[in-house]
Design a protein around this ligand. Structure first.
Ligand SMILES: Nc1ncnc2c1ncn2[C@@H]1O[C@H](COP(=O)(O)OP(=O)(O)O)[C@@H](O)[C@H]1O
Ligand SMILES: CC(C)(COP(=O)(O)O)[C@@H](O)C(=O)NCCC(=O)O
Ligand SMILES: [K+]
Length: 257
């Protein structure tokens, strides 16, 4: 089985792919200090608890945090006896190379999302991923990542508001009852919820205008369904897009190897 590891700035997702379906998905907070031994104990305990059997033979990693890759490599080597594919490293080929400014290091999560979305939907896409940052990835007809937009993430924005303003509490993102809030909490929730809907809608409309062709919009990340409650923002929502992209890139590299 293939172990797919998607490491974001906030959370790291482990998923097991048996070649036909995802057998399990587990999430832990991203922490570069976590050791290979700690990952192994955690993962094997969860797999056993859920009755997921089968040997992990291959590992693919996408990480927006370079520091965590060291211990993930040790995990693959020591416990699964394999050299992992690390997206973004020169030896790992993308199905189609990105078309960006020379020297640009595109976040591996964005390249993986692009590969996953193109495999499922073909071309001319916008992938909106609600992570630590909210990213918009533009995927051309041939599957190439051709650029995008990086905006502050939802929780990051709420946290920044709380940190910078003495009277503003920590709040969780949710859909408010009304646009006009009648207490501090409701005002903040409205600002984030409707503000983000405006941001996503506005950016997607402008991307489409600049691109000049019809595009499909794919939403991903834990908060995509919440924002879809406020407006028609996405053609589809896929919470497993990054993991799917990892399986696609792994398969493409095995075929060329
Ligand atoms: N279903 C959800 N409901 C509320 N918050 C969520 C949900 N899923 C993720 N988040 C929050 O969104 C932020 C980004 O999460 P995540 O997608 O794991 O980011 P990253 O990929 O950058 O690590 C985190 O603060 C996380 O707690
Ligand atoms: C934009 C990001 C911080 C998003 O990361 P995430 O929210 O998934 O943790 C990451 O893709 C990144 O570090 N990108 C490098 C710059 C770029 O993609 O152009
Ligand atoms: K992400």
């Amino acid at each position: 089985m293939l172990l797919c590891i998607d490491c974001g700035n906030t959370n790291t997702v482990f998923a097991l792919w048996d070649g036909a379906r995802i057998r399990g998905t587990w999430r832990t907070s991203t922490d570069w200090r976590r050791t290979a031994d700690q990952y192994y104990v955690w993962l094997s305990t969860l797999m056993a608890a859920q009755g997921v059997e089968g040997r992990i033979e291959e590992v693919i990693i996408s990480s927006t945090v370079p520091r965590v890759v060291f211990n993930l490599r040790v995990l693959a080597d020591r416990y699964y006896g394999t050299r992992p594919m690390v997206v973004g490293k020169p030896e790992v080929q993308l199905p189609v190379p990105p078309r960006v400014d020379p020297g640009t290091q595109v976040g591996p999560d964005r390249l993986v999302n692009s590969a996953g979305a193109h495999d499922r939907h073909g071309g001319d896409l916008i992938v909106v991923d609600f992570g630590t940052a909210t990213t918009f990835d533009v995927v051309a007809q041939d599957g190439a990542y051709v650029g995008g937009v990086i905006a502050p993430g939802v929780n990051l924005s709420l946290e920044a508001l709380h940190q910078a303003a003495a009277a503003l509490p920590h709040v969780d993102v949710t859909k408010p009852q009304q646009v006009v809030g009648t207490n501090t909490l409701a005002c903040m929730q409205s600002g984030i919820f409707w503000g983000y809907i405006g941001l996503v809608r506005g950016i997607c409309d402008r991307i489409k205008g600049e691109y000049g062709q019809p595009m499909r919009i794919i939403g991903t990340g834990g908060l995509a369904p919440l924002f879809a409650q406020g407006d028609v923002l996405f053609d589809t929502i896929e919470d497993d897009l990054t993991i799917h992209g990892l399986t696609v890139i792994h398969q493409a590299n095995k075929e060329t190897a």
